[in-house]
Design a protein around this ligand. Structure first.
Ligand code: ADP
Ligand code: MG
Length: 712
């Protein structure tokens, strides 16, 4: 019996199976049947040869009028096959190179379907290497021929495996496969009028009408969203039953005392989110919350309040940062904000004070020992660190809260590393670097509850952003460096951000400005006399930290850096940023970058320098300049980028499972699927009555790189 998990070999034969695996990585019948047509051409919409335009994708039904081989090239060793076809309305030339054998299959009088993108040669349209499928009249138009069906599916194909041969393999598979039970529960389908699995497979591959393939697509699109949301619904269900220690607020504890001495008032959003988190922490099952917020909205303070609540209740908190620079900065900032509240056991420490330790890979042996000891003994209420924090050998006396900052750089497998160790689970708070669209949050962080900070603290000056087209307007670039000098003269500081480090050579992109070159150029020219320093990821960690420290202390005027300054770096005295080759960065990334300036009381200025003349690049940069709303930009970013980029490489397991579903365009489907999945899992948590759905979930989880779905 053939089912969806059967290997293709036994259905389409060794040779074809091998070709399908090489071209598309297909192994099972399921892989083949989920390789959906990219488009459909109605036979009635077959292109008319008299109206072909270059650039158009044409599918034509035509008869070969003549076919000839020509030699060309040095020694006449190369061949070009020219085939002229007609459909009665006009003629078209098909060209094949180095395929002399085509003459045999394309003899005069042959009728077939030809498809490809129309090109042009000496002013006349032609098809080069079109796909070809003979249509035999001898058999007569059988009931089931694609001409009789009236619609031709066009598959994503490769040079070796054409759309037509995929169509044949699919037909073979559909003829023998026993699909088994439908992973979409009948009640879920019925409520939405969705096609069942058998109908959908038939109609997505072999439709007889447009409505049929549309209905089939709707069903599979919903299925993709539904299976994924069922994974999350199950996770949420499991978490509901996980145990955590309740960490109640303690009157007059560190949290309260810290809140009282804050040098600013919390925004309303910060207060609301802090209250929600405080309530989560006081419950006996683990919090799993995503805190996303506008750049500069003050997520760190909110996290710190939560950490202190846990410390007050006798537990510890770990703060995981994506880079050493950020970890060190968080450690400094938290220590400063807490003041004597963080000097536990030290002379001058406040009553019941705690300790904040830093644990990164680059610590010296002694400092590392001390940090490890403090974590293990519980002396350190808060431990800030990078990956080093989640390595084996790091023990906590009582880890109550894990905060993951700027999640986009972390895989979930990493956040699970700490959490999975203990029987009683810590609470987890994940913070994103930039706002992300709701659908992305639901697709990537679907197991987390979400809180959002939209508001910026009062008194913040918006960052004025201007695009500098350096190639056309060199004087504007000169003016940009002048602006930097003016800010520095006022006692302010500046960032200059570049897209690459090196001085050229190798594969590096020579069109872009390198950090080293630019630094030297600025020192010797436009910014001479100012104190410049370089910061990039290849510097040794202690050097990076030293540079960041002196920049924060105002000992450096201009930091020439790569995107290491992108995430979270906080120096309120910095007021101007120049981004070189700005077209090389994503919109959200630029938004995140410019969030580094205008963090104090002075207005910020961001200059986006570009040499690009590509219109779309210019439009993207103009969009960044025109809005300061990170949510709007992230939505735009998502619309402009490939789905895969949006979901991130870590999420490749999910990415490969999404064929028809787009996080950009199908918000309604995702929301609907989430509700449906939630309802099914609530009524049948183990999915005992939904074995096909359970199997689909397992298959998704087994996807090689679906490691991010690991329990958190
Ligand atoms: P992000 O949300 O981008 O991580 P941060 O937490 O780094 O932002 O906060 C940005 C800056 O704003 C920090 O210097 C922080 O101390 C300050 N800040 C946070 N909340 C407020 C507030 N309510 N009023 C004024 N400044 C604030
Ligand atoms: Mg931050």
């Amino acid at each position: 019996m053939v089912d969806l998990s059967t290997r293709l070999r036994s259905v389409v034969g060794d040779k074809t199976a091998k070709a399908l695996e090489t071209a598309f990585g297909m192994v099972t019948v399921d892989d083949l049947l989920r390789h959906y047509p990219r488009r459909y051409v109605g036979v009635g919409e077959l292109s008319d040869l008299s109206t072909l335009r270059p650039g158009q994708y044409a599918t034509i039904l035509a008869r070969v009028v003549s076919a000839k081989n020509y030699s060309f090239g040095p020694g006449g060793k190369r061949t070009r096959t020219e085939v002229i076809v007609t459909d009665g309305t006009g003629r078209l030339t098909l060209t094949f190179f180095q395929q002399a054998w085509r003459l045999k299959t394309l003899a005069e009088g042959t009728v077939g379907l030809f498809a490809g993108e129309v090109g042009e040669f000496r002013g006349t349209p032609q098809l080069t290497h079109p796909i070809f499928e003979p249509v035999s009249d001898e058999d007569g138009p059988s009931e089931d021929s694609r001409l009789a069906r009236g619609i031709i599916p066009i598959y994503p194909a490769s040079a070796k495996v054409t759309s037509f041969s995929l169509e044949r393999s699919v037909a073979q598979a559909l003829a023998v496969v026993d699909l088994g039970e439908d992973p979409l529960p009948a009640e879920v389908r019925a409520a939405r009028g969705l096609a069942d699995q058998a109908e959908a497979f038939e109609h997505i591959h072999r439709p007889r009408a447009k409505e049929q393939w549309q209905r089939a697509r709707d069903r599979f699109r919903f299925e993709e969203a539904f299976v994924l949301q069922s994974v999350f619904a199950q996770r949420r269900h499991v978490v509901e039953h996980d145990r955590a220690t309740a960490r109640e607020q303690v009157p007059d504890g560190l949290r309260e005392r810290f809140a009282e001495r804050l040098p600013f008032t919390l925004t309303r959003g910060q207060r609301e989110v802090a209250d929600v988190i405080a309530a989560d922490l006081a419950r006996t099952h683990p919090m799993h919350r995503l805190l996303q917020g506008e750049v500069g909205s003050g997520k760190t303070v909110v996290a710190l309040l939560a950490m202190l609540q846990v410390v007050d209740a006798g537990g510890q908190a770990a703060l995981l940062a994506p880079t050493e620079v950020l970890a060190a900065q968080h450690h400094r900032a938290i220590s400063t904000l807490l003041g004597d509240l963080a000097q536990g056991g030290m002379l001058g420490g406040a009553d019941r004070a705690t300790r904040v330790q830093l644990l990164t890979g680059s610590l010296g042996a002694k400092a590392r020992r001390e940090a490890l000891d403090d974590a293990a003994s519980g002396e350190a209420g808060i431990v800030v660190g990078t990956h080093a924090l989640i390595q084996e050998g790091v023990e906590f006396a009582d880890l109550g809260l894990l905060v993951v900052d700027e999640q986009h750089r972390f895989g979930v497998e990493q956040r699970s590393a700490l959490v999975d160790r203990s029987e009683v689970k810590p609470h987890v708070l994940v913070m994103t670097a930039t706002p992300i669209p709701r659908t992305v949050a639901m697709t990537v962080f679907g197991d987390l509850e979400t809180s959002t900070l939209r508001e910026l603290p009062a008194g913040r000056q918006p960052v004025q952003t201007t695009v500098v087209p350096a190639a056309e307007r060199p004087e504007w670039l000169a003016r940009a460096w002048e602006r930097v000098r003016e800010e520095v003269a006022k006692g302010r500081q500046a960032y200059v951000v570049v897209s690459r480090i090196g001085t050229g050579g190798g594969d590096e992109d020579k069109d872009t400005t390198s950090l080293v070159d630019l630094h030297d150029e600025l020192v010797g020219g436009p910014l001479s006399g100012l104190r410049l320093a370089m910061l990039h990821g290849q510097l040794p960690a202690d050097e990076k930290d030293a540079v960041m420290r002196s920049f924060a202390a105002g000992e450096i005027d201009v930091l020439v850096a790569t995107t290491v300054v992108e995430v979270g770096v906080d120096v309120p005295n910095a007021t101007v940023m120049v981004v070189m080759d700005a077209d090389r960065f994503g919109l959200s990334q630029l938004h995140q970058l410019r969030g580094r300036v205008g963090r104090g009381s002075e207005p910020g200025l961001c200059l986006l320098v570009t040499n690009s003349e590509v219109e779309t690049s210019r439009e993207r940069l103009a969009a960044v300049a025109a809005t300061s709303d990170g949510f709007e930009l992230s939505q735009l970013d998502v619309e402009l980028r490939h789905e895969g980029d949006v979901l991130g490489s870590r999420q490749s397991g999910v990415r490969s499972s999404l064929r028809l579903l787009s996080v950009v365009r199908h918000e309604d489907v995702i929301v609907d699927a989430r509700d449906a999945a939630q309802a099914v899992v609530e009524s049948d948590p183990t999915l005992a009555e939904h074995p096909a759905l359970a199997a689909a979930i397992r298959a998704l989880e087994e996807t090689e790189q679906a490691d991010y779905l690991e329990r958190t």
